[in-house]
Design a protein around this ligand. Structure first.
Ligand code: SF4
Length: 104
């Protein structure tokens, strides 16, 4: 039997994530199940304050737009990304956001 030297896969995390102002604060940036609109607004207001002081805001915003991410990234909510032309591609979530945006 021959020994095989297995190397760990290279990290695919972008470099700027190491400098993220939101490290360890994920619960502010992603909604819990069943979050109500008022709670979402409060949570996203707190997240936005952190983003506006973050050194990698522009890299993060570009990444989230291009990856069609869910959650609050780069100072933008999913709805704000959708309005900028970068809607999430997850069908159910996209539908929910479309309905929410249409009624607000
Ligand atoms: S811009 Fe906001 S979401 Fe992006 S890394 Fe900075 S704190 Fe996190």
């Amino acid at each position: 039997m021959t020994a095989v030297d297995v190397q760990p896969a290279p990290s695919i995390r972008p470099w700027w994530m190491e400098n993220a102002g939101c490290l360890g604060k994920s619960r502010l940036f992603f909604p819990p199940p069943g979050e109500r609109p008022a709670a979402r607004e409060r949570r996203e207001t707190r997240a936005r304050k952190i983003c506006l002081e973050c050194n990698v805001l522009h890299q993060c915003q570009d990444y989230a737009r291009n990856q069609r991410e869910l959650g609050f990234w780069g100072g933008e909510s999913e709805i704000e990304r959708a309005e900028a032309g970068y809607a999430p591609t997850t069908p159910v979530i996209g539908l929910r956001r479309h309905r929410t945006a249409a009624t607000s």
